[in-house]
Design a protein around this ligand. Structure first.
Ligand code: PLP
Length: 401
């Protein structure tokens, strides 16, 4: 029997999201109403002008094999966007259009990690990350819990650097960073990023900077791209996506900015031989997303912000469940230690489904988060408010039982 990739322990892990969604679905089929706070996908449709641009591009013949780095006209506008919004000075050949951020992250792992290499994953982390590391044969990851500490402001930049240094091993090849962070909503300050940069330069590490939620920040928090810090452009692989900002999850369009040293590897080798590129008409529509009206983006951001307030205010109304105020992305990561009250987290998740709220267990984001759940704001405001009310009313029940 040949050895299969699925035999790698990290790839055998089951999906917490799949389990919650299946349990929610079963209840819906039985006629119960479930408020979906488990999903990480914008509930908005793609803005119409982007859809129109796709249709026109397809009619105009953007239907052939794409350029191996991506449509040049898209990469040209991205050079401007990256300079304007991210402080990144790039050349068109530094940018590679990928099949969403997931593909960009996959390529970054493939590019950086060989057998025995270790990636330091700052946590809690997006649930796909262990799998993406696992695809790089023989590579491993180690987690370092940081985002809750940074969100609550308990670590100075110097303390952050100390924790980073302590977590590195001789096998560490790079760091995976995600700001704004899924699931906590932490947005790292320039000073904290500078501390990370200092450690990366000192230890000659690459950083994979996942900026999927770059446009979703609140309360005046500002997204800073790590690659814009002195000395970091040559060691940062920055991963972007159209999925969240423009509600384009199904389109599978993202892009990566890679340092010149890996330029020849990213587009012509990795991107080309894994997907042969992204549908050209989608790329032309993505160009329209960047250059066209940003009104829909502002509208969606404002809606997530309003839901964020509804959730936090609703939770504050009585339950044992508390979430640190998220400053970015569209999630709240809530502490359920009191509501769980020593029970298995899945028992609590089932209890919550029983009063109509689907939430994602914190263990999806790292084994150390058994006292946490992620609540998504990517669902209707009324549902967010109602879910918060039900949690506030019922979530203490387990604690008292
Ligand atoms: C932190 C983070 N990075 C990357 C992605 C990838 O998104 P996509 O592949 O749709 O671009 C997601 C999606 O949930 C995410 O949460």
């Amino acid at each position: 029997m040949p050895r299969l990739i699925a035999d790698r322990p990290v790839l055998r892990m089951t999906s917490e999201l799949g389990r919650v969604m299946a349990a929610a679905r079963a209840r819906e089929l039985a006629g119960e109403r479930v408020l979906h706070l488990e999903r990480g996908e914008p509930d908005f449709d793609t803005p119409p002008h982007i859809v129109e641009a796709l249709a026109k591009a397809a009619r105009d013949g953007y239907t052939h094999y794409p350029d191996q780095r991506g449509e040049i006209s898209l990469r040209e506008v991205l050079v401007q966007k990256l300079a304007r919004e991210n402080g990144l000075s790039t050349h068109v050949d530094d940018i590679v259009v990928t099949a969403g951020g997931t593909h960009g992250l996959y390529l970054a792992m493939q590019c950086l990690l060989s057998a025995e290499d270790e990636l330091l994953v700052l946590s809690p982390h997006w649930m796909a990350i262990p799998k993406l590391v696992g695809f790089a044969s023989g590579a491993r990851y180690r987690t370092l819990p940081v985002y809750l500490e940074l969100l609550s402001g308990v670590w100075t930049p110097a303390e952050f650097a100390t924790h980073l240094r302590a977590a590195l091993t001789p096998a560490t090849r790079g760091i995976y960073l995600n700001t704004p962070n899924n699931p906590t909503g932490a947005v790292l300050s320039r000073e904290h990023l500078a501390a990370l940069a200092e450690v990366a330069i000192e230890r000659d590490l690459y950083v994979i900077s996942d900026e999927a939620y770059e446009h979703l920040t609140y309360d005046g928090a500002k997204h800073v791209s790590l690659g814009s810090l002195p000395g970091m452009a040559e060691r940062t692989i920055s991963v972007f996506t159209f999925s969240k900002t423009y509600a384009m999850t199904g389109w599978r369009v993202g892009y990566v900015v890679s340092p010149p040293a890996v330029r020849s590897v990213f587009g012509p080798l990795l991107a080309f031989y894994t997907t042969h590129g992204v549908f050209p008409a989608s790329q032309i529509a993505a160009r329209e997303a960047v250059t066209g009206s940003q009104e829909a983006v502002h509208h969606m951001r404002a809606a997530y912000d309003e839901r964020r307030r509804l959730l936090l205010d609703g939770l504050a109304g009585g339950s044992a469940v508390r979430a640190p105020v998220p400053k970015g992305a569209f999630y709240a990561f809530a502490n359920v230690a009191a509501a769980r009250n020593g029970r298995d987290l899945w028992d609590m998740i089932d209890e919550w489904l029983g009063f109509g709220v689907a939430a994602l267990p914190g263990t999806a984001f790292g084994p150390e988060y058994g006292d946490w759940v992620r609540l998504s704001l990517a669902t209707r405001a009324e549902d967010v408010a109602e879910a918060a009310k039900r949690i506030a009313q019922h979530a203490g029940a387990g604690a008292r039982a």
